[in-house]
Write a protein that binds this ligand. Structure first.
Ligand code: HEC
Length: 129
């Protein structure tokens, strides 16, 4: 992703302001979700497949907490469809860290190696309703 210099300067200013305002405070859920959204739509490439009315990937609205592989109208792989349980934080984290280990035969091969980035993406998924 390319950023223009003014955008970089604005981000730097925002970071400086929030650091001054809330010293040593942990990133808020909103900050985390915003970082996740940036990755989802940017370098992680999730939105290349997961977009509105996509035929390539299931809709992710309401995915957090839902039964695994149950987006209406999407034809899932047998590997993911036969996986029991719901999309808890732990299951999302395991799936995104290595989809083929979580659900062998899954049709999703994108993964997120960095644990912090997975946390941010999961926070973003929870905002999709
Ligand atoms: C190359 C296309 C592609 C990309 C890129 C991709 N996905 Fe997927 N994703 C899929 C497909 C296809 C499935 C369904 C897999 C199956 O049926 O086994 C899926 C399933 C999922 C599910 C489970 C949905 C459900 O209803 O159970 C989640 C959550 C998910 N993807 C998140 C992500 C995130 C986050 C990213 C970015 C890191 C991402 N995906 C990138 C194609 C993609």
């Amino acid at each position: 992703m390319t950023r223009t210099w003014p955008a970089v300067a604005a981000l730097g200013l925002a970071a400086a302001l929030s650091a001054a305002g809330a010293r040593a405070a942990p990133a808020s859920a909103a900050d985390l979700a915003a970082r996740g959204a940036e990755g989802f739509m940017g370098d992680l490439g999730c939105s290349n497949c997961h977009f509105k009315d996509s035929n390539f990937a299931p809709a992710l609205e309401g995915v957090a907490g839902r039964r695994i592989a149950r987006a209406p109208g999407f034809l899932y792989s047998a590997g993911l469809k036969s996986k029991p349980g719901d999309w808890t934080d732990a299951n999302l984290d395991a799936f995104l860290s290595n989809p083929q280990v979580f659900a062998p035969g899954t049709g999703m091969d994108a993964s997120v190696a960095d644990p912090g980035q997975r946390k941010a993406v999961i926070a973003y998924l929870k905002t999709l309703r």
